[in-house]
Design a protein around this ligand. Structure first.
Ligand SMILES: [Zn+2]
Length: 328
């Protein structure tokens, strides 16, 4: 049964300011209806337009976020291409999840999400969090530009018994790049890597940083190909630096600050992270870091509003292995 409602455009409101507090968020999205209206307003900011005939009036089809063109009867989903597509979970839980992931420093774990949203099954909260995390990787993201600091770090596992900075043991090797913007940081990129070879590091740099950019690193030989690849490479040896300064972090202060914060976050929020999902957590951290001044855009990106991320299925997320957070 179709119910005629006012045209979609008439319920549109201009995109509101991002709620700064949980109370504001609760007032903005008190129920399913508010979330639905927001979804529709984000999907069709200029009002409904039928993708087939261009007509501007549509009827909602039951409660399923499906809209039927009043002219040609084509049905269009307001959630196609978003994490909300075909979800059986109430919209307001998704909105809360995305809000908490966008704003909560230092992020949120599946257990916290389960408790705070009153979700019965841990697996449901875990699944939701991972679907939102997958929405954090933008395949068309822009490479870092101008001046960038790059360094590697080891994450996870006990420190004992390792000699030298680049021995791995049970740890995961991660390479981090951070844009130099005055005394502060611009955007960041992070990637789990198998080794610190010239081939691997060159691959990361060429994929993450615009050619011609100035790249600051330590004196590690793995960065030697950078000038040949078109970068303005600025290597600095820690040993040479120690002769003039007591603090080796001063060579690459921004990337070391970001690495320090990343480690605190992994330790505090996730109690350490196994290798299998580490890249996903790095992507989450990077996503929030790079959008720390634009939380509204981050929130919309997470829900898939204004982007066309392909939703991820549970099978793709979990593979055949047990989830690490379930065991630890
Ligand atoms: Zn139509």
């Amino acid at each position: 049964m179709l119910i005629r409602l006012p045209q979609v455009g008439s319920v549109c409101v201009s995109r509101p300011e991002f709620p700064r507090t949980i109370i504001e968020f609760q007032e903005r999205f008190p129920d399913e209806r508010a979330c639905r209206e927001y979804l529709v307003a984000s999907r069709w900011p200029e009002g409904f337009e039928c993708p087939r005939c261009g007509h501007d009036q549509a009827w909602p089809v039951t409660e399923r976020l499906l809209w039927e063109c009043a002219e040609c009867r084509r049905q269009t989903s307001a959630t196609a291409g978003t994490v909300l597509h075909r979800t059986r979970m109430p919209l307001h839980l998704w909105f809360w999840g995305a809000y908490l992931m966008t704003t909560a420093t230092p992020g949120i774990s599946a257990v916290q999400l389960q408790r705070q949203l009153g979700i019965t099954r841990y697996e449901t909260a875990w699944m939701m969090l991972h679907k939102l995390r997958r929405a954090m990787v933008n395949p068309q993201r822009e490479p870092l530009t101008k001046a960038v600091e790059v360094d590697e770090t080891l994450i996870g596992g006990p420190e004992a018994g390792l000699r030298g900075g680049r021995q791995q043991g049970n740890k995961e090797l991660v390479v981090v790049a951070v844009e130099v913007r005055g005394a502060g940081c611009g955007r960041a990129r992070m990637q789990v890597i198998d080794d610190a070879s010239a081939q691997t590091l060159s691959g990361f740099v060429t994929a993450s940083i615009t050619a011609g950019a100035r790249v600051h690193t330590d004196g590690w030989s793995g960065y030697k190909p950078l000038p040949r690849l078109g970068y303005d490479h600025q290597p600095r040896s820690q040993r040479a630096h120690r002769l003039t300064s007591s603090d080796p972090d001063e060579i690459l202060p921004r990337v070391h600050r970001v690495i320090g914060n990343l480690k605190s976050w992994l330790q505090g929020t996730h109690r350490g992270v196994g290798g299998e999902h580490l890249q996903v957590y790095l992507d989450e951290y990077t996503f929030r870091f790079n959008r720390r001044r634009t939380p509204m855009a981050a929130f919309q990106t997470l829900l898939g509003l204004g982007s066309q991320q392909t939703p991820t299925t549970y099978h793709e997320i979990s593979g055949h292995k047990r989830q690490p957070e379930l065991t630890g």
